[in-house]
Write a protein that binds this ligand. Structure first.
Ligand SMILES: NC(=O)c1ccc[n+]([C@@H]2O[C@H](COP(=O)([O-])OP(=O)(O)OC[C@H]3O[C@@H](n4cnc5c(N)ncnc54)[C@H](OP(=O)(O)O)[C@@H]3O)[C@@H](O)[C@H]2O)c1
Length: 263
């Protein structure tokens, strides 16, 4: 029970990563406040968590709307007294972002992921930090991707967006850690159970003349364990990072590429 008595916010808990992190946080004893821009998926996850004996509430909140995020945080503080963990798991659809060579890419299509990812992370982190600073304690987390650190073709502004999030993690930590607030990102590679990976990689496999199974094997062969990480393994790291056991960690993004990407 690494997160017993911790109050955790998860933005976009209806997504693959947000949902896996929510379930793992609940298993380790956190009280959860789940948000999403659509109500049904987060209500379903909250219901599952409560049926399994955990504590979770769901609320429809647009994680790009400053006033909505702040209003919701205030309601959480009113109910639970504080917020200990804030996890931003927002992922916008890749369909309007990937697949176009940079030389042909329009400015709006290029900037969409950069502005959206950086803004939602900034907003949710800043608003949580304002509450956490009163208790001189808290953990702010998000998720990025290996695109932040390697050159990948046809991903438009997605790589710069992930690099921006990792830079923001470092900068937030530099300002907030002196006030007791740790800021840490997770950088998973590809978790095959997620729709994100299938949607992003299936067309690339096809274009390379490979089957989906051959593509998965190719990705797995680049890791030291010769297999890709699972959502549960990623979420277990999230639990540790969010817990007081990780009090020595801040200002960094944890490399979860299982050896395929050097630090
Ligand atoms: N899956 C992986 O293996 C993996 C690996 C490395 C990095 N990542 C990155 O991690 C992030 C999350 O990935 P994921 O697999 O959990 O994605 P996901 O399953 O698509 O979840 C993303 C969540 O964000 C929501 N969302 C979409 N557009 C939004 C908007 N405009 N404002 C607020 N929320 C919005 C989605 O809602 P809807 O369901 O309504 O669309 C969904 O709840 C993405 O940036 C992804 O690229 C994923």
């Amino acid at each position: 029970m690494l997160l017993k008595n911790k109050v955790a916010m998860i933005y976009e808990a209806g997504g693959s990563i947000g949902g896996a992190v929510a379930r793992a946080f609940a298993r380790d004893g956190a009280t959860l406040f789940l948000t999403g821009h659509v109500r049904a998926p987060i209500e379903a996850i909250a219901k599952d968590i409560v049926s399994a004996g955990g504590s979770a509430e769901a609320a429809e909140v647009d994680a790009l709307d400053e006033q909505a995020v702040d209003r919701h945080l205030k309601s959480v503080i009113d109910k639970a007294g504080r917020v200990d963990i804030s996890f931003n798991a927002v992922g916008i659809p890749d369909s309007g972002i990937l697949g176009v060579p940079l030389v042909e890419l329009g400015v709006e299509q290029f900037s969409l992921p950069i502005v959206t990812y950086a803004t939602t992370y900034f907003l949710t982190a800043r608003l949580a930090a304002r509450r956490m600073v009163e208790n001189k304690s808290g953990v702010i987390m998000t998720v990025s991707a290996t695109h932040s650190r390697e050159g990948i073709p046809l991903v438009g502004g997605y790589g710069p967006a992930q690099a921006a999030k990792e830079a923001l993690t470092r900068d937030l930590s530099a300002e907030l850690a002196p006030h007791g607030i740790r800021v840490i990102g997770l950088r998973p590679q590809a978790m095959l159970e997620t729709r994100t990976i299938k949607n992003a990689f299936e067309p690339r496999a096809k274009a390379a003349g490979m089957t989906w199974e051959q593509w998965q094997e190719m990705l797995a062969s680049r890791t030291h364990r010769k297999r890709l990480m699972t959502l549960v393994e990623m979420a277990n790291v999230a639990v540790f990072v969010a817990s007081d056991k990780a009090s020595g960690m801040t200002g960094t993004t944890v490399n979860l590429s299982m050896g395929s990407l050097d630090d």
